[in-house]
Design a protein around this ligand. Structure first.
Ligand code: GDP
Ligand code: MG
Length: 512
């Protein structure tokens, strides 16, 4: 993502300030100049950059800083805060309500990414435990319904559309009615676009709005149009009641800063960003969290939120007990995989850990591993309860293997891979069994024990974490944290790696 480059540049500029012996107006000017250049090359408008510079200067007022105050920290904080303001629309987006029908209508030009994003959003909420469904009210473009149908089927999300009805309003009415009857909580309506902002499109949107009465209208914008984003957003906002925005295609070469800042400036909150064609390439957009992440300052609060959402306390406890006893079954593994899927993409998670953000986990690797886990889950779905609870040895039976493979629609290779992971998982558990924890259940301090813990991560993760030493340092960063948060962190770090296990309930970090 080009934005990551921008973040790195700004971060470097802030870091280089640390080498200066005196921090004065001149140092600040140099920093502001570098920040401006970084923003400019990411397509942020001159007008907004000027505003930002003034705001930072005003906030810092270097000559008036009292002696003894850390000027570098002060400046860094001001930069973070003002960048956040730059990307903040100041408006709160619509929040769906549980156990109610929430209707979200998508609007935007053709090719902006509506159909892709409706599926991503439905899938995102589904993973959080919501009942979601899609309605295809695009009767304008041939093949629109097929596209939505294909996406929805792949993501296992209920959908409605029609091959015969040509009136989008009728299709939307019928679709919403059916999904409402099915007690769907979030009904997402995909609409047609046009190549330009034309009258016919706005009339269609208006007619649809009258009939389905959406709770939120979500405007989808392609970030690659750069500065033009603002005009387009304003045009849509003026003709329909846009309540939230999704900015797509922030992967690749898009200079996304233009779209992000311009749209925020026109008063519509950005709720998600699209960062690729895969269903998981979708990130919730929360301004301050986003700024911290692109500056590689980490975002522990969001990380904890995500993990807490994904982790089921009871399951966790059971797993912990099994781990300590060294009795691990495929059922435990299944639970772990489900949690990993709920957490979303690994690269997003990594970017929330201070210092790990720009290690650039390969997007493809990310998608591949989520694909792989999906397959594993399908395989485990076609196992019997008895099989899930047994020792892996029972899968040596060829007949059993064939039955499972056939039932899951996967191939033998996937089953073998799963059994291999299962074996590693059991081995990791047996390593945990003998591990000595520090006094009062603190983090192990013995390097051999740390090595054991590292052994639970797959090799690429170990490398990313900087080996045992790096891992120890990373743990230090967590030390200010509440011990209970720390515990789930540890368990989940290992879990993210798809290996399960991790520290857990008995592991505590000393508070200093
Ligand atoms: P619609 O006409 O607004 O419904 O747009 P589509 O959802 O059909 O998307 C148009 C094209 O953009 C498709 O080829 C999508 O795969 C692609 N696309 C959508 N979102 C993203 C994204 O976030 N990143 C990338 N790289 N491609 C995207
Ligand atoms: Mg479409």
């Amino acid at each position: 993502m080009v934005l990551a480059d921008m973040g790195t540049r700004i971060q470097k500029a802030i870091a280089s300030m640390r080498n200066e012996s005196v921090i004065d107006q001149n140092t600040l000017n140099i920093l502001l100049k570098e920040i401006s250049n970084a923003l400019f090359s990411s397509d942020v408008s001159m007008e907004l950059i000027k505003k930002l510079r003034t705001a930072i200067s005003k906030r810092v007022n270097i000559e008036a800083v009292a002696p003894g105050v850390d000027k570098r920290k002060l400046i860094q904080r001001a930069v973070v805060r003002e960048l956040t303001n730059l990307l903040d629309s100041g408006k709160k987006p619509y929040k769906p309500k549980r156990k109610k029908t929430n209707i979200i209508m998508f609007v935007g030009l053709q090719g902006a990414g509506k159909t892709t994003s409706v599926t991503k959003m439905a899938y995102w909420y589904k993973k959080q435990g919501w009942r979601t469904a899609l309605v295809c009210a695009d009767t304008f473009r041939a093949g629109a319904f097929d596209q939505l149908k294909q996406n929805a089927t792949k993501a296992k999300i209920p959908f409605y559309g029609s091959y015969d009805e040509s009136d989008p309003v009728e299709v939307a009415r019928e679709g919403v009615k059916r999904m409402r009857d099915k007690k769907i909580e979030i009904i997402i309506v995909d609409t047609s676009g046009r190549h330009k902002q034309e009258e016919a499109l706005f009339e269609e949107m208006e007619a649809l709005t009258k009939v389905i009465e959406p709770d939120d209208i979500c405007f989808v914008l392609d970030s690659s149009i750069g500065q033009a984003a603002q005009d387009q957003a304003i045009a849509f906002k003026e003709s329909v009641d846009v309540g939230s925005v999704i900015i797509t295609k922030l992967d690749g070469h898009a200079k996304g800063g233009g779209a992000l800042s311009a749209v925020a400036a026109c008063g519509a909150p950005i709720v998600f960003i699209g960062t690729g064609e895969h269903i998981d390439d979708f990130e919730q957009f929360e301004t301050s969290s986003f700024v911290k992440r692109i500056l590689n300052l980490g975002d522990i609060p969001s990380l904890i939120k995500i993990m807490n959402n994904a982790v089921d306390e009871d399951e966790q406890k059971m797993l912990q007990e099994n781990l300590m006893k060294g009795e691990i079954s495929l059922r435990d593994l299944k639970m772990q995989f489900q949690t990993v899927m709920k957490m979303g993409s690994m690269s997003t998670i990594m970017s929330m850990i201070p210092g790990l953000g720009n290690m650039g986990l390969d997007k493809n690797t990310d998608a591949q591993s989520s694909n792989r886990i999906q397959k594993f889950l399908c395989l485990m779905d076609s196992m019997t309860d008895q099989e899930l609870d047994s020792d892996i040895k029972i899968f040596r039976d060829a007949k059993r293997q064939r039955r499972i493979v056939r039932g899951s629609g996967c191939d033998m290779g996937s089953l073998n891979a799963l059994l291999q992971v299962g074996g590693q998982f059991q081995m990791a558990a047996s390593k945990m069994k003998g591990m000595k924890l520090g006094k009062n259940g603190q983090m192990p301090t013995d390097i051999r024990d740390i090595n054991k813990m590292m052994g639970m991560f797959p090799p690429h993760m170990q490398k990313m974490l900087g080996g045992p030493q790096g891992f120890k340092q990373l743990m230090k960063k967590f030390e200010g944290m509440d011990p209970s948060q720390m515990q789930s962190q540890m368990a989940n770090m290992a879990k993210m790696a798809g290996m399960g296990g991790g520290g857990g309930k008995k592991m505590k970090v000393r508070r200093r």
